[in-house]
Design a protein around this ligand. Structure first.
Ligand code: HEC
Length: 359
């Protein structure tokens, strides 16, 4: 084998592998692109032109029915939907377009972005903020929302609000929890201990719905991580890369939601017990605006505004949902640092081993 041949034998597989990268990217775009654009843009002219095919006609009424059923019942909506259905046979494209516009008005707004002390690779919780957030939860949100996975003792653990054990004991003792059965076979109330979990405000879902005009406040244990939204193409590609992913969608959403309450637009009629908030999916929410300036007294001098309350309580919810965030990030950084050193060592080892081999 000639020298040149040998060289090309080594180079060609590498080049082949490199060409795979753009191919893989193109495939991702081809597969994910249409799915995402479909979600956001109204049907294109081409779609509409192809619309009145036999298959479409057969499935159309079923799809229509779904759309009417999904949103919370609203008279004017159903009227509008019925009207679109009626005109559909006459002028399908125009009706479709109108419906698309109608739907987008119902879509929620994208949450605003906020600065979080726990964002990014070096993120850490702000202890003072967690303490204030706990106070807001305790004095406002806990009258409706349970936080079942949080035990009193967690509040004194490292990485959290880090109350002292004495403070936690006193706090626990101010709550009553159900215990039993005792020797007489009865259940009884006793003051909580640090090992107990936070008692819920309602005995069960039915009791909550009965008290809150049929609405059910979700448990807050993991709410900050359970909520989020898709950033769409192409930003979701970044979310797939370790180190670049944005992990604060949920908390951004909750603060936006708290601050986003508005008067409904004139063409929207809200049923009893519903409020208008453009950040809530469907834009209506069964929670009355929970915060107002001055409802909670801060003793560390932080501003007593809706904005501050919302950010503090949301940071607290984030800690409850992910108490080990700090150690997760610390270990991650350690692993990356180790791998960098290891790559360097491997490279020099490889050079050493291959020095005597002619090439
Ligand atoms: C008067 C009772 C009440 C209080 C007080 C209250 N909430 Fe709610 N909350 C509700 C109800 C009811 C829902 C469910 C709303 C729905 O599904 O339409 C809800 C839903 C939520 C949601 C979920 C929204 C979603 O995406 O589904 C969040 C987040 C939330 N509340 C945060 C808070 C925070 C933070 C506080 C304290 C500052 C608070 N709530 C205080 C009743 C309350």
């Amino acid at each position: 084998m000639s020298e040149a041949h040998e060289k090309s034998g080594r180079v060609v597989p590498w080049m082949k592998r490199l060409t795979l990268i753009p191919l893989a990217l193109a495939a991702t775009v081809a597969l994910a692109g249409p799915a995402l654009t479909l979600e956001e843009t109204p049907p294109s002219a081409a779609d509409q032109a192809a619309e009145p095919s036999a298959a479409d006609k057969a499935t159309a009424p079923a799809a229509k029915e779904d759309q009417v059923k999904v949103p919370p019942a609203k008279d004017s909506d159903q009227g509008a939907a019925a009207a679109t259905q009626a005109t559909d046979q006459v002028a399908a494209p125009a009706a479709k377009e109108k419906e698309a516009r109608h739907e987008s008005a119902r879509h929620e707004q994208k949450p605003r972005r906020f600065d979080w002390s726990f964002a990014g690779a070096f993120g850490r919780y702000d202890r003072a903020q967690l303490r204030r957030g706990f106070k807001v939860y305790k004095e406002v949100c806990s009258s409706c929302h349970s936080i079942k996975m949080l035990a009193f003792r967690n509040l004194s653990q490292p990485g959290g609000p880090e109350f002292s054990e004495k403070e936690v004991e006193a706090l626990a003792a101010s709550y009553k929890v159900k215990d039993g059965p005792n020797e007489a076979g009865e259940y009884y109330d006793r003051p909580a201990r640090p090992s107990d979990r936070f008692p819920p405000p309602f005995a069960n879902e039915q009791a909550a719905r009965a008290a809150l005009a049929g609405n059910y406040p979700p448990d807050m244990s993991v709410l900050a991580k359970a909520r989020g939204y898709s950033r769409g193409f192409p930003l979701f590609l970044f979310d797939a890369l370790p180190g670049f992913s944005y992990q604060e969608h949920g908390v951004d959403y909750i603060v936006s939601l708290m601050e986003g309450y508005e008067d409904p637009p004139p063409d929207v009629k809200l049923p009893e017990g519903q409020f208008y908030d453009p950040y809530m999916p469907g834009r209506r929410i069964g929670m009355p605006p929970p915060l107002s300036a001055g409802v909670v007294t801060y003793d560390d001098g932080a501003p007593q505004t809706i904005d501050q309350y919302a950010k503090d309580v949301t940071a607290f919810m984030m800690w409850v949902a992910e108490p080990h965030l700090e150690s997760r990030k610390r270990v991650g950084l350690g692993v990356i640092a180790f791998l960098l050193v290891f790559v360097g060592l491997l490279y020099y080892t490889k050079r050493k081993i291959w020095t005597d081999v002619p090439h």
